[in-house]
Design a protein around this ligand. Structure first.
Ligand SMILES: C[S@@+](CC[C@H](N)C(=O)[O-])C[C@H]1O[C@@H](n2cnc3c(N)ncnc32)[C@H](O)[C@@H]1O
Length: 242
């Protein structure tokens, strides 16, 4: 997508409405992560508005965060407990924080917001440098298997159709680059709103190789936070450690 910058996907407009619709996996994700944190501390890469980090903090785990978007972090700060969290504004590929963590995690497909293989490998390497010897790195990222269902490497999906508004998901796939250009398009009487996002996806096996390059190995893999058996077709929750 010409002229795209990742920060465009998480500016003021998106931050304002980000928490309006919850994804619905929050309780299960927090329970899964709390168990692996074993008392903490934990670090969320791309912490956003604290959707996962704040309920994890409420369970007594210290959670620090990294995010590139001041607008998203401002929303986090406005929530209960958000003012006490240590959040660094920066690129999570760098893991720009001091110290080590028992748990580092990146959820909601966000590893794929790093737009090159090199950046994703750099992220794994920097995570490894900030993980305690007994620590875990959790990556939640959807399987690219849905690509098999695309016609001509693209789709337009009707996400919602109401009397006064429609929401479409428009996606184009570049198999050579392993990338999607996507936009959520809202059309209503107040006008048209575009939410562009670009992702560089990786199959689970490629993530495992990134882990190995960083000195980490796959310890667990599930289809979701409830530890559903891995099928390779849906959500993918991977746990790495030394
Ligand atoms: C889909 S949101 C996820 C937020 C939160 N983890 C959650 O589950 O609700 C993606 C977040 O990643 C952040 N982000 C994207 N690319 C980033 C980067 N390179 N470094 C730091 N944060 C980044 C965005 O600002 C946004 O807050």
């Amino acid at each position: 997508m010409k002229d795209y910058e990742p920060i465009m996907s998480f500016g003021e407009d998106v931050a304002k409405t980000y928490d309006d619709e919850q994804r619905g996996d929050e309780d299960a994700a927090v329970a899964f992560l709390e168990k692996l944190a074993r008392g903490g501390p934990a670090l969320e890469l791309a912490v956003g508005t604290g959707r996962i980090a704040l309920p994890l903090t409420a369970r007594g785990i210290r959670v620090d965060g990294v995010d590139i978007s001041p607008a998203m972090v401002e929303r986090l700060r406005a929530k209960a407990g958000g003012d006490r969290m240590s959040v660094t504004i920066g690129d999570f590929a760098d893991v720009p924080v001091p110290g080590t963590y028992r748990l580092i995690y990146v959820v909601f497909n966000t590893l794929f917001n790093l737009l090159t293989q090199e950046e994703q490998v750099r992220c794994f390497e920097n995570v490894a440098a900030h993980l305690t010897d007994d620590g875990s790195f959790v990556v939640e990222a959807g399987s690219p298997a849905f690509l098999y269902g695309l016609r001509d490497d693209q789709h337009v999906d009707a996400e919602s159709v109401e009397v006064d508004a429609v929401r479409l998901d428009v996606l184009r796939h570049d198999p050579a680059k392993q990338m999607f250009d996507e936009s959520h398009v809202s059309i209503s009487s107040t006008g048209v709103r575009l939410n562009p996002i670009v992702q560089r996806y990786a199959w689970p096996a490629e993530l495992d190789l990134m882990g190995r390059i960083a000195g980490l190995r796959l310890k667990e893999r599930w289809d979701g936070w409830e530890r559903e058996p891995f099928t390779g077709r849906g959500n993918v929750v991977s746990v790495y450690g030394r």
